[in-house]
Design a protein around this ligand. Sequence first.
Ligand code: COA
Ligand code: AMP
Length: 632
Amino acid sequence: MADYDKVFAESITNPDVFWAKAAADIDWYQTWEAVLDASNPPFYRWFTGASMNTCYNAVDRHVAGGRGDQVAIIYDSPVTGTVSKITYRHLQDNVARLAGVLRQLGVEKGDTVIIYMPMIPEAAYAMLACARIGAVHSVVFGGFAANELAVRINHAQPKILLTASGAIEGKKTLAYKPIVDEAAGIADHKFKHCVVLQRPFIHAELHPGRDLDWNEALVNAPAVDCVPVAATDPLYILYTSGTTGMPKGVLRDNGGHAVALLWTMKAIYNIDQGDVFWSASDVGWVVGHSYIVYGPLLKGATTVLYEGKPIGTPDAGAFWRVIAQHRVKSLFTAPTAFRAIKKEDPNGTFIAQYDLSRFEALYLAGERLDPDTYHWASKLLKVPVIDHWWQTETGWAIAANCRGIQELPIKPGSPTKAAPGYDVRIVDGAGKEVGPNTEGNIVVKLPLPPGTLVTLWRNDERFVQSYMSTFPGYYETSDGGYIDEDGYIFVMGRMDDVINVAGHRLSTGAMEEVIATHPDIAECAVIGTEDPIKGQVPVGLFVLKSGVERNVDEIKAELVKMVRDKIGAIACFRESSAVARLPKTRSGKILRGTMRSIAAGKQYRAPSTIDDPAILEEISETLKDMGIRRTS
Ligand code: COA
Ligand code: AMP
């Protein structure tokens, strides 16, 4: 049997032995009573009875092991003209003192802390400082508007909020603190203190009594040691888009997460201690949590924290400059970044200007890797281009080409085979497994491996209802696709109302909730449509209230502003159109899926429950007029 097959088979038939072996690479204060506790499905728990500390494993033990002078983080910020290198010893010192600040402000084990920060090392210090004292962090992506931040403040109920005065996004300077202040005003929950890192290019006003200056607070803070936490204690909450305006608070534990992520660094990414790994994402997304901060640091690798864009900071050669300058072994990013580079530099002239001889592999995820981008990147970079598929919920790849185990032949359009630990199946709507090459719902037979979501924060019911109810005994990924005769998985896209815009996961339902508050609008639907660079962009269709005779273009401009103000510019909501009516079932459910198919130029069949099939023709014409409907 080939290595991959053997490793995979063991992970499924004997998960206890498999993950216990992986767990030997983590330092435990106390080892487990059970590797897997399956006594309360679907609430599986890994390493029950064990205690450890994630920060200790990601920072202190490398210093204790004589690697204190190795670089832990390379901060590369073309937007501020900075490159700095932070050793593990320096990281330990910064994290221990920031943990001291949190303690002084009353943060105890189990308390929650919100981190709303740009791509600077202090964002990583903040996450690790929470882990150090057993506090639960929730990082909110800096591109979210005040309202989205307020929703998360209300749900996570943080004692403290950590932020910075602002960021430079491409060429724009953005102030963060006014957003925090606005969110604090909107939210019912009141955090006690806000610690603000003042950046040289933008000053934040501090509210006396509530706000503290980051650097001043650090001066008097004691260095605090790591506290033991149970393996099953929460490490972080990461909110991700569901189908409504209320995001889902994915909860990750400490022990299973550390074991799984450390194992993936070699098995999936072929990264060893001391190697330089670069994940060009943002700490606000799951990729940033797993592969800018925790994974590489648990491994004792060097992680690159890049505050810039693939293009425009300053040009389409930015990625190659970083790879060459920092001797990056592997890069992980989203296909959208490569499509943006390809558009600016189709012949890859920038690539030739840099020494990429140490670069070994490119990893892409976050959205479907279109074969065009795959071929372009592999031809010009001349390294393996590895597509891998995962979700915020899983925290690491469900399907990948595990180069550290055995590099399998690539089939463009497929993220290769199930990663060890994931028993992936395809089922039809009734939950019946289908054969090879038949499209259906992609599900994972329970239990999920360690490191995946434990539950939704303070919402076990929604956890069960969202992921575990439709197909009992299986985790519902909400992605559709098929598995071919060789076991290669093909992911065709979401089956729900979640869309991926430039690698950012967003809810069309949340946008509909915003649009529905417009006084002139009776009802609306937002659907994801294809975009050559961003993968998908949202498009709105709305019905005006009767009697409204305003200029529709004005209303459309108001909708764009409303979505920017309430959700954020990252929603990229720019296109909408008024329609006379929306297609619905007789019970009143809007047929979003059918409209998505029309927009994509796919064959569609009017559902038998449709109220009036003629409406589909009207929608088709509208989308055509908007230049959106593709012809198949
Ligand atoms: N904070 C505040 N605003 C942000 C932001 C942040 N962190 N990130 C993006 N925005 C804003 C942008 O400034 C832009 O605003 P504008 O409409 O006023 O111009 C808007 O949100 C849309 O941004 P984006 O979708 O990033 O479009 P872009 O045209 O600026 O850049 C790409 C396009 C493809 C270069 C860029 O999206 C990119 O680098 N994507 C990779 C994403 C990624 O790595 N995702 C992680 C998953 S692995
Ligand atoms: P997120 O939770 O932001 O990581 O987004 C998860 C979603 O992105 C998945 O459910 C998929 O729809 C999509 N996705 C992620 N990686 C891939 C991939 N390699 N191929 C296809 N779709 C992907």
